[in-house]
Design a protein around this ligand. Structure first.
Ligand code: ATP
Length: 394
């Protein structure tokens, strides 16, 4: 490792960089390798370690080394002896508490948990055969036994989500149907707002809201999102696309507080699809980038947070489907591989828990509450809602 030293010269003092051995603390074993705290030399920062993790892995003869945390003057490194993503075993319950699903393993060996209450909306991107549907299967299998309503928007003509229909509260397979379901979902938000207002709480999870009044959380899975925005005949379709885009954006902006969560999957989410997609993408803070065909798509998915994340996504190989770069609750990026969940397994889970699917009528009817001032309520929705899509930057 490089450190800074003050070197004496004939005409004064000069700072020079020198190679210095890391000051390692005790090695503590983990299930997949070891963890160690390193004291930084004067002038070193955690970034100096981030830059040489590959070199450390070779020097220590381990599969990988990751920097998992730092305190002033110290960094903590985790070394993994073998590749934990080689195979990710299933065969256990994926549900991990309300609205939490253990969908895969991180390269640190820990579970990759999608926790909707921490990160409400997710973007799941990847080329064909990269593992997007497998991740959706894992989510369905993990959410099916939970008291959660599931809604499918399947723009592949229904081939993705129809097998799970008995556990879904609603399924839309065409854009016009999606527009109607989205309008219903905005209506659900409106009535949940009224409920929260009545109980003087800011969200449906507030302890002051009586348990019996707490509405069922809804997870909305959207497959092939580009199909919602592509227009063969802009003149005829513009209005419908704008309605879909505005409603989706409203749900993304307001959903968290009112228990509506989005998982948006697709091969492309580029701004070429229109300003609605750009605005929607900004609201989807959880990111999952499977193998993609170009840098642009990886950047669109992962943002410009860290060029190393984009480079890592571009290195995912086609013979490792289900592998992805993920960005979640801790705002750091990780390599992940999802648990392999076949369509048959997800379908079996959906069948087994079909009785947990609340009917759409029940969800849209909402609890019996008085809307004191419907006009004011509408106004509140508008206040939070999306700006005019025409005005959004592409
Ligand atoms: N984690 C995994 N482990 C092992 N195999 C996997 C994993 N994830 C996906 N696969 C396999 O890779 C193949 C492609 O996966 P999947 O259908 O999920 O990709 P996709 O991105 O949805 O593709 P498409 O867009 O073409 O529908 C499938 O045969 C699937 O079983």
């Amino acid at each position: 490792m490089r450190g800074l030293m003050i070197a004496k010269q004939r005409r004064g003092l000069r700072r020079v960089e020198v190679e210095r051995a890391p000051r390692l603390g005790l090695l503590r074993p983990t299930p997949t390798g070891f963890r160690v705290t390193v004291r930084l030399h004067d002038g070193q920062t955690p970034d100096d370690y981030e830059r040489v993790l590959d070199k450390l892995a070779h020097a220590w003869r381990v599969h990988s080394v990751r920097l998992v945390g730092w305190r002033p003057g110290k960094v903590t490194l985790v070394a993994t002896m073998t590749d934990p993503l080689e195979t990710v075993a299933g065969g256990h319950s994926l549900a991990d508490g309300l609205l939490r699903v253990r969908v895969g393993r991180l390269d640190s060996g820990e579970w990759f948990v999608i926790d909707f209450r921490k990160v409400p909306h997710w973007l799941n991107v990847g080329a064909t055969q990269s593992g997007k549907s497998n991740l959706a299967n894992a989510l369905i299998a993990g959410l099916a036994p939970q008291p959660v309503a599931l809604v499918g928007f399947d723009l592949k003509g229904g081939v993705e989500f129809t097998p799970y229909q008995r556990r879904l509260s609603a399924l839309a397979t065409e854009r016009a149907e999606c527009a109607r379901l989205l309008a219903d979902l905005v209506g659900i938000i409106t009535s949940r707002m009224a409920l929260c207002r009545q109980h003087r709480v800011k969200n449906i999870w507030h302890p002051r809201l009586p348990e019996e009044a707490r509405p069922t959380p809804i997870v909305v899975l959207v497959d092939e999102v580009a199909e919602l925005f592509l227009m063969a005949d802009p003149k005829a379709e513009k209005e419908e696309v704008a309605a879909v885009a505005t409603r989706l954006l409203r749900i993304a902006q307001l959903g968290r507080a009112f228990g509506i969560y989005l998982v948006v999957c697709g091969q492309r989410v580029g701004s070429d699809l229109g300003p609605g997609v750009t605005a929607l993408r900004a609201q989807l803070t959880g990111r999952i980038c499977h193998m993609v065909n170009d840098d642009e798509t990886a950047k669109m998915c992962l943002g410009d947070m860290d060029s190393r994340a984009v480079a890592a996504a571009r290195q995912i190989s086609a013979d490792r489907p289900g592998t992805a770069v993920v960005l979640g609750a801790d705002s750091r990026w990780h390599m992940e591989r999802s648990v392999h969940v076949t369509e048959e397994e997800a379908e079996a889970a959906a069948e087994e828990h079909a009785e947990l699917a609340p009917s759409w009528a029940l969800l849209t009817g909402g609890p019996a509450i008085e809307v004191a001032d419907a006009e004011e309520l509408e106004q509140a929705v508008d206040e939070f809602a999306a700006p005019d899509l025409e005005d959004l930057p592409v």
